[in-house]
Design a protein around this ligand. Structure first.
Ligand code: PGA
Length: 237
């Protein structure tokens, strides 16, 4: 039997209206999911409840970030982890490169977010990576990020790493396959229990080749997650 693949579908700040969400959810529901895939749909917080209630149960629903505060309180504009949980989230992205940039997050902030996932029902997907595809991959930086995940693993259990080269996100350019194997191998050499998924321009154009990389535990998919036809091809491979 083939191992369970984790497929994260990151809607980012899409779609614009709830009516469009309804259409997308209907299209998602028509896709016959491979039982060997665990598919997690990361939607904007405001759509979480609708998506959880209307998406078929084979899909899991997640949030795109964990707030900086727990529980409730006088934190205008913030959404806590317990809130996203109560409307159906079971996973959350943590430290996606876009979130890191927009919110100016430091490594310390990321660790704080992981800390708030402790003893909760949210499984974090920690996004790590480096700059442009032409840049030398900084394994030391990757190591620092991975250590936070291994510490989390020690004290809590489940965490997934999403390796995403920033230069590959939304550009149609996937990192060289040998490089993916090298970096994912490096991450797993730090802790072989870590599950590692790859993100950056995964689509119907490259899924066949990516599926040949045995060491990968799945993918984080942005753009293609909003195009049901392409997504169907990706999910049925
Ligand atoms: P992409 O995005 O698939 O559009 O490159 C991936 C991501 O940002 O997680």
């Amino acid at each position: 039997m083939s191992k369970l693949k984790i497929i994260g579908l990151n809607w980012k700040m899409n779609p614009l209206t709830l009516s469009e969400v309804k259409v997308l959810v209907e299209q998602y529901n028509q896709i016959q999911l491979n039982p060997n895939y665990e598919v997690i749909v990361f939607v904007p917080d405001c759509y979480l409840r609708y998506v959880r209630e209307n998406l078929k149960n084979e899909y899991i629903v997640g949030a795109q970030d964990v707030g900086n505060y727990n529980g409730v309180g006088a934190f205008t504009g913030e959404v806590s982890l317990q809130m996203i949980c109560s409307v159906g989230a079971q996973y959350s992205l943590v430290g996606h490169s876009e979130t890191r940039k927009i919110r100016n997050l430091s490594e310390k902030d990321i660790i704080q977010k992981l800390d708030s996932c402790q003893n909760s029902n949210i499984i974090p997907i920690l996004c790590i990576g480096y700059g442009q595809l032409s840049d030398q991959i900084d394994l030391e930086l990757i190591k620092v990020q991975v250590i936070s995940a291994t510490k989390y693993l020690e004290s809590n259990g489940e965490i997934i790493i999403a390796f995403e080269p920033v230069g590959s996100i939304g550009t149609g350019k996937v990192l060289e396959y040998d490089e993916i194997i090298r970096v994912v191998g490096f991450i797993k050499s730090i802790d072989s229990r870590l599950k590692v998924i790859y993100g950056g321009s995964v689509s119907d154009q490259n899924i066949n080749n990516l599926n040949q990389i045995d060491i990968l535990d799945g993918y984080l998919i942005g753009g293609a997650s909003l195009k049901p036809k392409i997504l169907k091809t990706v999910l049925t491979h």
